[in-house]
Design a protein around this ligand. Structure first.
Ligand code: GDP
Ligand code: MG
Length: 441
């Protein structure tokens, strides 16, 4: 029976695999969506190319079209790129006073973001923050920061007319030490375009302050430009993270992908308005949905996958009721457990498994064990999975070696399968009014 079921599945997945044509057709749409979202052309091109390779041959979930499936794959890949290695949400502000350097073009939102972050640090992390404006080009810029400081209850460095940016940075550092501040934030001057004067100044400030974080503030409504800006700033001053502003606007935020792909720098925060609370930690899922602009399709495919999982679970429950539980079932279970975040949660849900869950816990059973056990099962032939009783010494040796583990580990797995199979048989015998049936309702 299980072989027959397995056969049906194999056919299904083969039929429902994405062909090159499927992927190519869907990718044309994706490419347009990316460009409309303001992703730069080279980034859109190389992203599409990379995902095309990955998507071809992937399985299609029942009841969605190949095109929809491609969109979902693209979406997931987008999240991966945007998320990168995953930076900590919090700013690094050890060793007080920790300097944070804010850089970016004029009008990108540096001053606003400086104040927003200062407020966040004060409110959420109870930090004492000092802000200093280094924008000597425009006297109004210094006042702008002072006004924001008053508004949010954060100190600003007193303005001394005639000082240059480096002098202000020195004074801020000194003041931050003397005043016992946890953090001091340096809001630098921007220019309309990157030029040598600006870079020299920012470099000089950086050398004085030796910042813990150098945050590049970029207007999220800019596309290709954002990449150039990020590349330049990173090359000249070294950037530890990016803040994308104006994400409350109509733009689809393609700049995020472009910058991430080209510079590899993590996007740490997004600005969502002019108000002082309008800033959030970067959320790759949200931005991915926005860039792709195909949220409905993604939701549809996710739903279809959920339904399929429920169907699979029901199919398995039927097998259990008949007292059937071979290695394929165990593998399914193990994979489910991995997905659901651990042994205890799922075993706790299965009648009669509570005790085993406790034993497993006591035996130091964790997710790495799950992975190893799945590897062992993968190393078995189809026949062996269906009839684990047939495993004799030579087969065991081969299977263990194939998975790069020793026979003792395989024996533990076999014992576990046997215990579960026995339990299933007992439960199955309880018949229609049995616990299992009840548990399914
Ligand atoms: P700076 O020249 O880089 O210091 O830029 P500012 O901080 O002075 O910001 C320029 C303008 O953009 C101001 O009017 C801000 O209120 C506005 N701004 C900054 N961040 C955001 C944001 O996330 N959303 C919106 N809608 N406006 C923003
Ligand atoms: Mg400013």
């Amino acid at each position: 029976l299980s072989d027959r079921l397995g056969g049906v599945f194999d056919r299904l997945t083969k039929q429902g695999a994405l062909s090159e044509d499927d992927v190519t057709a869907a990718m044309r749409e994706v490419r347009v969506a990316l460009l409309e979202a303001d992703v730069s052309l080279p980034v859109a091109r190389s992203f599409v190319k990379a995902v095309t390779g990955k998507a071809t041959g992937a399985a299609v979930t029942k009841s969605v079209t190949p095109g929809q499936q491609v969109v979902k794959i693209v979406h997931d890949e987008l999240i991966k790129v945007l998320q990168g290695e995953g930076e900590p949400d919090a700013l690094r502000i050890d060793n007080p006073p920790a300097p944070i350097l804010m850089v970016g073009l004029q009008g990108s939102g540096k001053t606003t973001t400086t104040a927003k972050l200062a407020k966040r640090l004060k409110d959420r992390e109870k930090k004492r923050v000092l802000m200093a404006s280094l924008d000597t080009n425009r006297p109004a810029a210094m006042e702008q920061l002072a006004i924001l400081g008053t508004q949010i209850g954060v100190d600003t460095l007193p303005i001394v007319p005639g000082e240059n940016a480096v002098q202000i940075a020195r004074r801020a550092k000194q003041q931050a030490s003397l005043g016992g501040y946890d953090v001091y934030m340096l809001d630098t001057a921007g220019r309309l375009h990157i030029d040598q004067v600006l870079m020299d100044e920012v470099q000089a400030v950086r050398d004085v302050a030796n910042p813990r974080e150098t945050l590049l503030v970029v207007d999220g409504l800019t596309g290709q430009d954002a990449v150039n800006v990020a590349t330049e700033f990173d090359a000249k001053v070294g950037v530890s993270g990016v803040v994308l502003t104006r994400m409350d606007g109509d733009g689809r935020g393609g700049a995020a992908l472009s910058m991430r792909a080209v510079t590899g720098k993590p996007i740490r925060f997004v600005g969502l308005g002019e108000k002082m609370d309008a800033i959030e930690v970067f959320d790759a899922h949200r931005i991915a949905g926005r860039i792709l602009g195909m949220g409905d399709i993604v939701a549809l495919v996710e739903k279809a996958q959920e339904v399929l999982e429920v169907e699979q679970a029901e199919r398995m429950m039927k097998r259990f009721q008949k007292g059937l539980f071979n290695m394929n079932d165990l593998k399914n279970q193990l994979e489910q457990m991995q997905k659901m975040g651990g042994m205890q949660s799922i075993m706790g849900m299965m009648p009669g498994m509570g005790k085993m869950a406790k034993q497993a816990e006591a035996a130091g059973f964790d997710d790495s064990v799950l992975r190893r056990q799945v590897a062992l099962i993968n190393s078995m032939t189809k026949k062996e999975r269906a009839n684990p009783d047939m495993l004799q010494a030579s087969r065991k040796k081969r299977i263990a070696a194939g998975a790069g583990m020793d026979v003792a580990e395989l024996n533990r797995l076999l014992k576990m399968q046997k215990q579960m199979a026995d339990t299933m048989k007992k439960l199955g015998k309880m018949g229609k009014g049995g616990m299992l049936k009840q548990a399914m309702r």
